[in-house]
Structure formats: structure tokens, C-alpha cells
Design a protein around this ligand. Structure first.
Ligand code: DC
Length: 224
């Protein structure tokens, strides 16, 4: 049986960095579930799908094939043989991803893909509904959060470093809060802190401190 660590939380709380490092330390594959919603959003935009038409989004997403390649510490995704790279990290994708992620048929598709990944081995999966809907029975479930200011500052720094965008801190914060609002109020699998999850507020913690907090809270039998 594969072991799964689930890490949910709002954008910019540090889920990616934390889950990547936790995965490396334990030899668990890192899984970025948000990237699957981003890939579907990217494909919709490329195909000119009307993003205000849920039926068009459902019909199109159903046909998108995402190839999974486990290796290099994570499960990597390919579409038509190509890695999406920074094409799924643009402000346009940020602004449209929630419209795709709120649709039930799309969520069902992504949830099935994620559940199937246990065939690759032990996983650390980050997202919004991993602890509530995808792997709700995992004994290692975390809700990672941080203040809106801390999250916006981190996201802005990351975007500038990666050369993806050059938005002001205020614009980044507004975009984060808009996405949080949609992600936490949507009808299907909204972002919420599930009962029994371990909450970590990273506003005043270093990355290493958050990683340690996650590792410390794992079931004893997983630590050796
Ligand atoms: O974590 P992210 O910013 O890459 O996520 C992209 C979008 O997908 C965002 O709107 C939240 C959504 N998402 C989701 O609904 N469920 C997940 N498990 C992961 C992401």
C-alpha cells in the first residue's frame, strides 16, 4: 500500500516548496495537483474554448490526454509529448484556472488521475481538496496557511525570479485573494480545513521550520 501525504492550503502558502522538500527527504514522489487544473485551463485557452460556458469546458476537458511520467522526484506531466513548463504559470492561467477547477466533471477527471497515481509508490500531494476529497483517509494530512500579505510577497518574488510576470505586490495580492474566494466558495470540493488535519501557519516560519513541522507530525512508523 502506498503512503500518501496530503498538503492543502491557499495559493502562496508555500505548499510547493514544502512538499517538494518533504518528498525529497522521504523518497516520496511530489505531485502538484494544481498543475493538472492549470494544464486543462491552458489547453482550453489554446483551443479558444469559451471560458464562460461550463458545458464547453466539460466537453473539451474530457478529451484532453495528460501523460504521467514518474521520475526525478516527482510525477511530471506531458501533453502531446511536450512539458507545459512556464506556459501554465501565466497571469492569464491564474485568472482562468478557477473557472475550470470549479466544474464537477473536471474535478472528477483530475481526482481519478490523482487517485491512480498510488501505483507509482509513496506520494506527497499538494492541492486544495487532497485532504478532504482525494485522499481523505490518509493519516498524514496538513493544512498549510499564511497571511495574505506573506503569501502575496512570496508569490511576487517567485514570479519575478522565474521571469513569468512583473506585477505589483498589490496586483499579486488581489489575484491571490480573488482565487482564494472562488476556490473556497465553489460548490464542489471547496478549499477548507478538514477535521483532523494538522494546520501550520507559515507566516513567520522559515521553509525549513515548516518542513520540520510536517516531518515531525508524520505517523511514527513512517519516520524510520
Ligand atoms: O495551486 P495552483 O495555484 O497551481 O492551482 C491552480 C488552480 O487549481 C487554482 O484555481 C486552484 C485549483 N486547484 C483545485 O481546485 N484543487 C486542487 N487540488 C489543486 C488546485
Amino acid at each position: 500500500m502506498s503512503r500518501v501525504i496530503g498538503i492543502d492550503g491557499p495559493s502562496g502558502a508555500g505548499k510547493s516548496s514544502v512538499s517538494r522538500i518533504v518528498g525529497e527527504r522521504l523518497g516520496f514522489l511530489h505531485v502538484d495537483s494544481g498543475a493538472l487544473y492549470r494544464i486543462l485551463t491552458w489547453q482550453c485557452l489554446e483551443a479558444g474554448v469559451d471560458m464562460e460556458n461550463p458545458a464547453a469546458i466539460h466537453a473539451f476537458c474530457e478529451g484532453v490526454e495528460i501523460e504521467l511520467r514518474p521520475g526525478n522526484g516527482s510525477v511530471e506531466y506531458y501533453v502531446g509529448g511536450e512539458a507545459p513548463g512556464s506556459r501554465i504559470r501565466t497571469p492569464e492561467i491564474n485568472a482562468n484556472a478557477s473557472k475550470v477547477a470549479r466544474e464537477k466533471p473536471v474535478r472528477d477527471k483530475v481526482t481519478a488521475i490523482l487517485k491512480g497515481m498510488v501505483r507509482f509508490g509513496d506520494l506527497v500531494v499538494e492541492g486544495r481538496d487532497i485532504t478532504t476529497a482525494v485522499f481523505p483517509d490518509s493519516p498524514a494530512r496538513f493544512y498549510l496557511t499564511a497571511s495574505a500579505e506573506a503569501r502575496a510577497m512570496r508569490r511576487q518574488k517567485e514570479e519575478i525570479e522565474k521571469g513569468i510576470a512583473n506585477q505589483s505586490a498589490e496586483d499579486v495580492k488581489a489575484s491571490l485573494l480573488a482565487r482564494d474566494a472562488i476556490d473556497s466558495t465553489r460548490k464542489y470540493a471547496p478549499l477548507r480545513k478538514a477535521d483532523g488535519v494538522i494546520e501550520i501557519d507559515s507566516s513567520f516560519l522559515t521553509l525549513e521550520q515548516v518542513v520540520e513541522a510536517v516531518l515531525d507530525a508524520l505517523p511514527e512508523e513512517w519516520k524510520s
